[in-house]
Write a protein that binds this ligand. Structure first.
Ligand SMILES: Nc1ncnc2c1ncn2[C@@H]1O[C@H](COP(=O)(O)OP(=O)(O)OP(=O)(O)O)[C@@H](O)[C@H]1O
Ligand SMILES: [Mg+2]
Length: 250
């Protein structure tokens, strides 16, 4: 049975400028099994981030049709926090800052909420330190506020740290690779690839082939106008890289 099964998913978003509902997802189908890595590509505005937001239960998006089963549950019937607790994780394309909330206490609260139990400060610190070393995050970050004044790359590093702590069943990474320097890209994606060993699944949204140097995907999908229009393997991402979307979809 699939970990994630999306059937004919359609959605609309309330556009505050036109004051109308615009349809975005348009009958999207996707299945991801436990331990699989899927890559989602597609032109700007094709609906990739919208899919991630709809799956996480973002309040701006309204589901207008279809179904989503995740870990055996009707995902769309659950509030956003329960979706996260079920093991769904989203690393945002544009992580936001939360001034006033220190990194260490935010992460501890997030992990406790996810695991449904309190963790001693000492045990948490030990876990956190180990992951921070692997991600080469300086200790000084812990006392800073969430993403407040963090550079683009540092924010992404913090998201990967959160993912390593939570060990979700499925992590959706929305352009986690963009804006990273070459060394950071390698380090972060080598860390992300470790999740395969613990049978976690990944949905990697990206515009670039380079992340595939570090993670071998089980499938590559191309999205256009709110649905997946082509699925294949690495040859598909290579073709997009060399020829562009229009030629690859012809
Ligand atoms: N809150 C919103 N209000 C109005 N339109 C929206 C909203 N969110 C998304 N859209 C529209 O939905 C479409 C899909 O956007 P989405 O962000 O999902 O694209 P994307 O595939 O992630 O693109 P990119 O590659 O540029 O990140 C776009 O036309 C966008 O303008
Ligand atoms: Mg996007």
């Amino acid at each position: 049975m699939s970990l994630l099964a999306i059937k004919d998913l359609s959605s609309s978003v309330y556009d505050s400028t036109t004051e109308e509902e615009s349809p975005i997802l348009d009958g999207l189908n996707l299945g991801i099994d436990a331990g699989e890595v899927h890559v989602l590509m597609g032109t700007n505005g094709s609906g990739k981030s919208t899919l991630a937001n709809v799956l996480m239960g973002h309040p701006l998006h309204r589901v207008s049709g279809g179904s989503v089963t995740f870990a055996g549950e009707d995902l769309l019937a659950l509030p956003a926090d329960e979706r996260a607790r079920l093991g769904l994780f989203l690393a945002f394309q544009y992580p936001t800052a939360i001034p006033g909330l220190a990194v260490a206490s935010f992460l501890k609260k997030a992990v406790e909420a996810y695991r449904g139990e309190e963790i001693s400060v000492r045990a948490f610190q030990k876990e956190l330190r180990a992951h921070m070393t692997e991600l080469e995050i300086p200790k000084s970050f812990l006392s800073r506020f969430i993403n407040d004044g963090f550079s683009g790359g540092e924010k992404k590093r913090m998201e990967v740290l959160q993912m390593k702590l939570l060990q979700p069943k499925l992590a959706i990474l929305d352009e986690t690779d963009s804006g990273l320097d070459i060394d950071a890209l390698k380090l972060l994606f080598q860390n992300i690839a470790q999740s395969r060993e613990s049978h976690q699944s990944l949905l990697i949204i990206t515009h670039y082939e380079r992340v595939l140097d570090y993670i071998e995907p089980d499938a590559v999908h191309i999205m256009r106008a709110g649905k997946i229009v082509r699925s294949g393997g690495l040859e598909l991402s290579r073709m997009i890289h060399t020829e562009g979307f229009e030629a690859a979809l012809r």
